[in-house]
Design a protein around this ligand. Structure first.
Ligand SMILES: Nc1ncnc2c1ncn2[C@@H]1O[C@H](COP(=O)(O)OP(=O)(O)OP(=O)(O)O)[C@@H](O)[C@H]1O
Ligand SMILES: [Mg+2]
Length: 541
């Protein structure tokens, strides 16, 4: 009933603006409760410890242990009693200032790593890893704590309680978790973690990418951690199968590419799962869209328009898709298809599907196309495709066209216009043998709205276009922008200044659909408000 469009020609829009405030990084701090248990063996003769030069830039130093072979460094700081009070405040996270890229974690000296390696090696010689594996995390942590404390005492390593806590935390992370990644994983303000070999790790915070002081002992340790991550989802990464996608238990999306494909050591990329999920209200508060724009998107979601969310890498497509699904009715049956399950629909009637890569023998692959096709046999009301990147575009459009109104998907492209041509080329390259005109007709008959997301050069993320697909004229699909973001300039801090506005179209193409769902008055009001609030928006900037 809401099939074809007739319409006016397309408008153009400009991209986005200023920096959204983001949550401030919570520091990482774990509490430990000391209590020894069974997993330790009596500490045998510990391997001699490499004496650490006493003139440490940090306060770690070692006094010669009883069995130290090197000449005792005369200067070894005599037991420095720790200020026993507040346990190690972790220096992990800092308040972000818009421009100054501050260090992300306190840098550690080579000496710290030397001491840690010595203690770590002694711990591995001492501890019974099989027994340790049987303990739960807290008990294992306590066990490690006791042994590390003993080793520190025997080796006469001089460090404050705070330093000791930090070292212990580090060692526990190595033995029980994801090693140096742990402090980064514990933070909720990080969007991406990018490890380029053992020595360099970058993160994205507030839309800005910066280097951290996190480093791994060597590529071997990094590879072990990568292996640990991917083995949790039954996958393997090594020289013979060097590319792997996986997911952390918390839902973070992981990609590993190992040598020999990655030339300078394993490369690990993590799209952090946000515990504090972004909602449309938050996007409004960040300035990614105005309240009126959010209302228009809400109506689009509620009246079951078929939507494609378009945007560049990390522009917020999945986040936006997730926000839009909030407007799905409770009783609608929704099926999601993703390469790595990232969506978190807070709805009762959802079936989540995930693709599967081939196994080592190259068998068992389940593609997105197969998933989407299978969906159609599952009595879906809406189909949501996490990311459309190949021939599944055809199946999604077919689903949109055949009674699954309100289906949605994201795809990589830089403008609504490019989004349309990308869909067309995905179908062309899928080998369906369809003439271009048929493909275009199919697109026009299926896609109602394209929402464009962008990450601007100042790191902010904006919704830059809400565009309707109208029809076609000759070879060209016609569109009309309903809502846009205009860039107006840049402030002194390099933040982009701009404003969202409606384009003045009072009766969008989906007006009839809105009427059917009884939301046409709300739609008219939101479109009008978006127009008149222009000045207000400018002042807000
Ligand atoms: N409007 C926004 N304001 C601030 N941060 C945002 C916004 N939208 C998304 N983010 C954050 O940006 C990061 C990337 O978002 P998201 O995963 O949605 O991007 P994407 O376009 O789907 O990326 P990819 O192309 O890798 O799939 C996430 O950490 C998310 O929390
Ligand atoms: Mg995504």
């Amino acid at each position: 009933m809401f099939g074809k469009r007739n319409g006016q020609g397309g408008a153009t829009g400009a991209p986005p603006t200023p920096a959204p405030p983001q949550p401030v990084a919570p520091p990482v701090a774990e509490e430990h409760v000391a209590a020894p248990t069974a997993a330790s063996q009596p500490i045998p003769d510990l391997p001699p410890m490499a004496p650490v030069p006493e003139s440490a830039p940090q306060s770690f130093s070692t006094a010669p242990g009883p069995e130290t072979m090197a000449p005792p460094p005369a200067v070894a700081a005599p037991v420095a009693p720790a200020p026993a009070a507040p346990a190690a405040p972790k220096p992990a996270v800092q308040e972000r200032s818009v421009s100054a890229p501050e260090p992300v974690t306190a840098p550690r000296s080579d000496e710290y790593y030397a001491v840690k390696t010595t203690i770590f090696n002694a711990l591995i010689d001492t501890i019974d890893l099989t027994q340790l594996a049987q303990l739960d995390r807290e008990a294992a942590r306590d066990e490690i704590r006791d042994i590390v404390n003993e080793i520190i005492a025997i080796k006469d390593v001089v460090m404050s309680i705070a330093e000791q806590e930090e070292l212990l935390e580090d060692i526990c992370n190595d033995v029980l978790g994801y090693g140096p990644l742990e402090p980064l994983l514990a933070r909720d303000d990080i969007a991406d973690i990018m490890v380029n070999g053992a020595a360099r790790t970058f993160i994205e915070v507030d839309g800005k990418v910066r280097e951290t002081s996190i480093r791994f002992r060597d590529n071997g340790q990094l590879m072990n951690i990568c292996q640990r991550i991917v083995s949790q989802v039954g996958r393997r990464v090594d020289e013979s199968s060097p590319i792997c996608d996986a997911r952390l238990p918390d839902g973070s999306r992981v990609n590993v590419i190992a040598p020999p494909l990655a030339i300078d050591g394993p490369s690990l990329t993590i799209r952090k799962f946000k515990k504090d999920k972004l909602t449309m209200e938050k996007l409004v508060s960040f300035g990614s869209i105005t309240p009126e724009g959010a209302k228009i998107l809400e109506i689009i979601g509620r009246c079951r328009c078929n939507v494609l969310i378009s945007g560049g890498t990390g522009s917020g497509k999945t986040t936006l898709l997730n926000c839009l699904t909030a407007f799905i009715e409770e009783d609608e049956r929704v099926i999601t298809c993703e390469d790595s399950a990232e969506l978190q629909l807070q709805k009762p009637h959802v079936v989540r599907l995930e693709t599967r890569p081939p196994n080592l023998e190259g068998e068992g692959e389940v593609t997105m196309r197969e998933l989407v096709k299978n969906c159609l046999r599952m009595r879906p009301e809406r189909i949501i495709v996490g990311e459309v990147r190949g021939p599944e575009a055809f199946d999604l459009l077919q689903a949109m066209n055949t009674g699954h109104d309100g289906s949605m998907g994201t795809l990589h492209s830089n403008s609504p216009r490019e989004c349309l041509s990308r869909i067309e080329s995905m179908i062309t390259m899928g080998g369906f043998g369809l003439p271009s005109q048929t493909i275009r007709d199919m697109i026009v008959g299926s896609v109602d709205i394209i929402v464009q997301a962008a990450r601007l050069r100042d790191g902010s993320r904006r919704i830059t276009h809400v565009t309707e697909v109208l029809g076609s004229e000759g070879d060209v699909i016609t569109t009309q922008d309903l809502f846009l973001y205009d860039i107006q300039g840049e402030d002194a801090n390099g933040n982009i200044i701009g404003q969202h506005r409606s384009t003045g179209i009072a009766r969008p193409k989906f007006w009839e659909r809105a009427r059917y769902f009884n939301v046409e008055m709300e739609l008219a009001a939101a479109l009008e408000a978006a127009e008149v609030s222009t000045e207000e928006n400018t002042q807000r900037m």
